[in-house]
Design a protein around this ligand. Structure first.
Ligand SMILES: [Zn+2]
Length: 336
């Protein structure tokens, strides 16, 4: 009997070790991460497709690239490239791809660099609306009650498109909430566009806005951008082309620096908790990180009374590209 218990314990310990190893292996290790700009062309079945490569890194031990499909704005991970990679400056690549949706949006965003508050793309010329969730660092759990109620309002069975702007500090302190969000995507409830919301998302109550958020004196913009991308990738998230400045606060210098990494700054013309009213084409902003219940309950109210028609909420990438074409070859090929 004693021996059986001993055997049972050994079995249990082995099972726990195996389980731990399985969990540890579930997420990839990202190393040798660097900005890298190249045009990648690939031909398949007499069709040539162009991709813009913006990063180069090791995914576990495999050399891969992060790319943008410039016609669909989809991003993905490219491994084992079969086509041609031509390294160039980002500016030259954008010039070469001038007719694409990405290049057009990039040029549009470049003109919106000067404002200190809410620079970037704030509105889209369409009848639909866009919902963005900011996950700034927070001691509170995710507002799952709000998210569940919001999803339940949708009448059709298609996933609800949302932009989730995620910060590294939130990711590292909310692993279970993040997995829950990811499960909503894999279960077809949410269609998530993941935007970079900086790694540390610095904020101090004591500092004036011009020295706060990423305008803090010693902010390392490259680290805020890349460290967060690495953190996203290490949690099985493929960063989109969008970057949201913490507090929606920036200046021309850091705005242009972020764009120099190939990213499109994303503002919002309807920050609900600040009293902004959404209209057709609005980019709505709420904080389901538990810190701004006013905004999330307003969103539910507006969706319930029909001011926001939840069935016309669209995905940002689809609104810009207006096409079903996706980067089929490598889309979301994250499990290498
Ligand atoms: Zn934030």
């Amino acid at each position: 009997m004693k021996q059986q218990t001993f055997k049972g314990s050994i079995f249990l310990i082995m099972a726990m070790i195996l389980f731990t190893v399985t969990i540890a292996q579930a997420y990839p290790k990202i190393t040798a991460y660097m900005p890298y700009y190249a045009l990648y062309t690939e031909s398949q079945q007499n069709k040539t497709t162009c991709y813009i490569i913006i990063r180069k890194f090791k995914y576990n031990s495999t050399q891969v690239y992060l790319y943008i499909h410039p016609d669909t704005l989809q991003t993905g991970i490219l491994k084992n490239p079969q086509g041609t990679i031509q390294q160039n400056s980002l500016n030259n690549i954008i010039r070469q791809c001038a007719d694409t949706q990405y290049a057009k949006l990039y040029q549009k965003a470049l003109q919106k660099s000067k404002r200190m508050f809410n620079a970037g793309i704030t509105h889209v010329d369409t009848n639909g609306m866009f919902v963005s969730f900011d996950l700034c660092p927070s001691k509170r759990p995710i507002d799952s009650d709000f998210i569940e109620k919001f999803i339940a309002l949708k009448k059709t069975s298609t996933p609800l498109p949302v932009i989730i702007c995620i910060s590294g500090k939130w990711m590292l302190t909310h692993p279970e909430d993040l997995q829950w969000l990811q499960s909503l995507a894999s279960n077809g409830k949410l269609d998530i566009t993941w935007a970079n919301h900086s790694f540390t998302h610095f904020y101090s109550r004591k500092l004036p806005v011009r020295k706060n958020f990423m305008l803090k004196e010693d902010t390392n913009v490259a680290r805020e951008v890349f460290q967060n991308e690495i953190c996203m990738l290490e949690h099985d998230i493929i960063p989109s082309v969008f970057f949201r400045f913490p507090g929606l606060v920036s200046n021309q210098k850091i705005y242009e620096k972020v764009m120099g990494y190939g990213l499109i700054p994303l503002g919002a013309d309807a920050w609900l908790a600040k009293g902004k009213k959404p209209v057709a084409g609005s980019i709505i902003l709420v904080h389901p990180n538990g810190n701004e219940k006013k905004g999330t309950s307003l969103l539910l109210q507006l969706a319930r009374c029909g001011t926001i028609n939840i069935n016309t909420i669209v995905s940002l990438t689809k609104a810009y590209t207006n096409t079903q074409q996706t980067a089929l070859i490598h889309k979301k090929q994250v499990k290498l």
